[in-house]
Design a protein around this ligand. Structure first.
Ligand code: BGC
Length: 715
């Protein structure tokens, strides 16, 4: 008999439920703290999994209690939210998405896994694969943005990175595809609120990244906190047992979200923990994170015949199998056995710097305000985010040390040693106090150039960080307006560095600034990465992975909308529009300026007659007509003009990049499998329908800027 089956045969009910329980832990001066429990449970085998323990020594201490101190010696599974890095923080996921570079996405996940594993950890609760089309929702910062195809690429890349080729390797972590599914469209963008989306949008938008995660071999899946059309995801039998396990063959571990099983009571589908535990187990949730519902609720449920021992065993089997796949039985101390070399750590910082620079999206650059080219003796680096190391990390970073992060001020002092960097915060991120504004204006008076660092604080996006007003918090608008007016009077330019975990709706700022860089949250190397771009050492190449609204009332706004029967026509009142704001976003998906100036031409698509087994080749000539070397991103979209169900106005199907010197021309070649032109038909099954399909290529999702050629599909 296999190890797993032998163990299951030997285990008491209490030990089985221990394997199905995950509890938060930490280390205080007095020793380990196990939330609502104690290390005694690890020793008696009734607690089999932990989250949040940081530090190899602490992890090993816990592991020893389980392996050497418990009757069966089953190792613990210890996980942490390693979302965009562990100790070294990379840009937040939304910022990383702006790279449109799957290899870079894999690399940062690989590095994060190595660093987390060096701390003894074996699991991360990432990647988050929720399509985010509503910037009010704070968790968009953890996502890849608005597009499901991009989500598919991100899922593949991240899982490859976290898990590596061998889950048992010392540098690999079990990944977790979360939050399954359709967490993004919470009602009115309000965190944890209910979701009600159509079966079609599940199939077309929300499920594909999860399907890709399963195909990529993701080890675990986490259901979302939310209720989906009346059925909370933690108890959602059709999606968990049906779609995930039966249809897509996922046989890994399903781990609940934090306290989500107990919250089935608040959702109103369970009267108590017994019912809640029953619902979750029946739906296929294996590990109960933080509810203690399985340990408390399943024994009475078993007695009353609500669940069976074989259902419990099936969950235990999956947990033990994962521990086996992670190599934990073989050597529970493999991860964390060796401290990382200083070279590996330094190299990781370099990666964070270069990925950081590439994640920056230059949204505006009037009259070539950037890169700084005039001689500068004094540079004002002002604003509440200019010298704020604690804000640079972004939404997640349990193991971060804020003082390790490079602030904007520090980055510029290092990059421009001969320039005097003048700093004044002006205002705090959120307070009402405006007394510091005058001091900051005085600094501007002295300086040759002004860099204004404003935006949200790191924790204003992420979990439980929905916002209904998407402007600058606190008194930052008053401050920024004062800086703009003052600079105008002095004849100076203002370059804005905008920090945020979402597109902020600040059209006034875009109008007045000479240049705007979306800095999102760039992680440990933020200041260096920004200095690289502002000084021109690196030419910006990031592209926004989410449509940038001009008004909160436009939300949700995304390029993949379906056509209207009355498309907007300025000559006709009765067409799809607002009376008070344009339909157009402020910046389209994919927008992002460079230090070059690119022209796209000569779109060639072959073959023109396509059958399902073909691969379509799309070529586009790109010329850098600007005066500086830069990298252009070309996006490939399709539009199926007539089909049995309405198709989105644009569907993303590819992207490619090309670096060109001034005056150079090159070709970007993109390949599209005809099978990728299938879509869920009337019965929601994939169909490949004959007819005309437009193939579009261009620099962003602005239809007016896309080159188009049609192909014909044949059955
Ligand atoms: C979040 C998850 C996270 C978990 C563990 C929850 O509140 O929704 O994304 O993985 O906590 O920290």
């Amino acid at each position: 008999m296999s190890r797993v089956e032998t163990l299951i045969g030997d285990m008491t009910l209490a030990e089985k439920l221990g394997q199905l329980t995950m509890t938060a832990s930490s280390y205080a001066v007095t020793g380990p703290v196990i939330a609502g429990d104690s290390t005694e449970s690890i020793r008696d085998g009734t607690l089999g999994n932990l989250l949040n323990m940081v530090g190899a020594d602490h992890v090993f201490e816990m592991q020893r209690l389980a392996v050497e101190g418990s009757r069966l010696g089953i190792p613990l599974l210890i996980g942490l939210d390693i979302i965009h890095g562990h100790r070294t923080l990379f840009p937040v996921p939304l910022a990383e998405a702006a790279l449109f570079d799957p290899e870079a996405w894999t690399l940062t996940a690989r590095e994060a896994a190595a660093e987390g594993a060096a701390d003894g950890l074996a699991m991360t609760f990432a990647p988050m694969l929720d399509v985010s089309r509503d910037p009010r929702w704070g968790r968009g910062v953890e996502s890849f943005g608005e597009d499901p195809w991009l989500g598919v690429r991100m899922a593949e890349a991240k899982i490859r990175g976290f898990q590596g080729a061998d889950l048992a390797a010392a540098g690999s972590l079990a990944a977790c595809a979360k939050h399954f599914c359709a967490y993004g469209p919470v009602t009115a963008g309000r965190e944890y609120a209910a979701v009600d989306v159509s079966e079609r949008s599940l199939q077309e938008v929300h499920l594909p990244p999860f399907a890709a995660a399963i195909a990529a071999g993701v080890a675990t899946v986490m259901p979302s906190f939310t209720d989906l059309a009346g059925v909370p995801m933690t108890a959602n039998i059709p999606l968990l047992r049906g779609w995930l396990r039966a249809e897509h063959g996922f046989d890994g571990v399903i781990v609940s979200d934090y306290n989500a099983i107990a919250e089935l009571i608040n959702h109103g589908v369970a009267a108590d923990l017994v019912e809640a535990a029953t619902l979750a187990l029946k739906a296929g949730v294996d590990i109960d994170m933080m509810s203690d519902a399985y340990r408390r609720g399943l024994p009475p449920a078993l007695e009353r015949g609500l669940v069976t021992m074989s259902e419990i065993d099936a969950a235990v089997r999956r947990v033990l199998t994962l521990k086996e796949q992670l190599g934990l039985f073989e050597d529970p101390y493999r991860r964390g056995a060796k401290a990382e070399s200083p070279v590996a750590v330094a190299n990781r910082r370099q990666i964070a710097r270069s990925v950081g620079a590439r994640a920056i999206v230059m949204l505006k650059n009037e009259n070539n305000a950037l890169p700084l080219s005039r001689p500068v003796r004094q540079l004002a680096v002002i604003g509440p985010l200019a010298d704020a190391c604690a804000e640079m990390g972004g939404a997640w970073g349990a193991a971060q040390k804020a003082e390790d992060h490079v602030t904007v001020v520090a980055g510029f002092r290092a990059a421009l040693p001969k320039v005097e960097i003048l700093h004044s915060a002006g205002v705090a991120i959120q307070s009402k106090d405006t007394k510091g504004i005058q001091r900051a204006l005085d600094v501007c008076t002295q300086a040759d150039e002004i860099l204004l660092c404003v935006g949200e604080g790191a924790y204003m996006s992420g979990e439980a960080a929905s916002r209904a007003q998407l402007g600058l918090p606190g008194e930052q608008r008053a401050f920024a307006e004062a800086v703009f007016d003052h600079a105008k009077a002095l004849g100076k330019r203002v370059i804005v560095v905008l920090f945020s975990g979402r597109p902020l709706v600040v059209p006034w700022l875009f109008e007045k600034a000479d240049a705007v860089l979306a800095a999102w949250f760039l992680g440990s190397e933020a200041g260096n990465a920004l200095a690289d771009v502002v000084t021109g050492r690196v030419s910006p190449s990031g592209r926004t992975p989410i449509t940038w609204p001009r008004a909160v009332g436009q939300i949700p706004i995304f390029f993949g909308q379906r056509p209207s029967g009355r498309p907007f026509n300025p000559q006709d009142h009765f067409t799809s529009k607002y009376l008070d704001v344009s339909n157009e976003p402020l910046f389209h998906f994919g927008h992002g300026l460079t230090y070059g100036r690119f022209a796209l031409s000569n779109l060639r698509v072959t073959p023109e007659r396509v059958t399902e087994s073909d691969t379509i080749e799309v070529r586009v000539a790109v010329t850098n007509e600007g005066a500086r070397a830069a990298e252009e991103t070309v996006f490939l979209f399709t539009h199926d003009k007539v089909a049995s169900v309405t198709r989105p106005l644009l569907e993303l199907k590819g992207f490619g990049k090309i670096a060109l010197g001034p005056g150079e021309t090159g070709t970007v070649t993109l390949r599209l499998r005809a099978t990728d032109l299938r879509f869920p038909g009337l019965d929601l099954q994939p169909v490949f329908e004959p007819g005309e399909v437009e193939i579009l290529a261009g620099p962003c999702a602005d239809r007016a800027r896309l080159l188009v050629q049609s192909v014909r599909l044949f059955a």
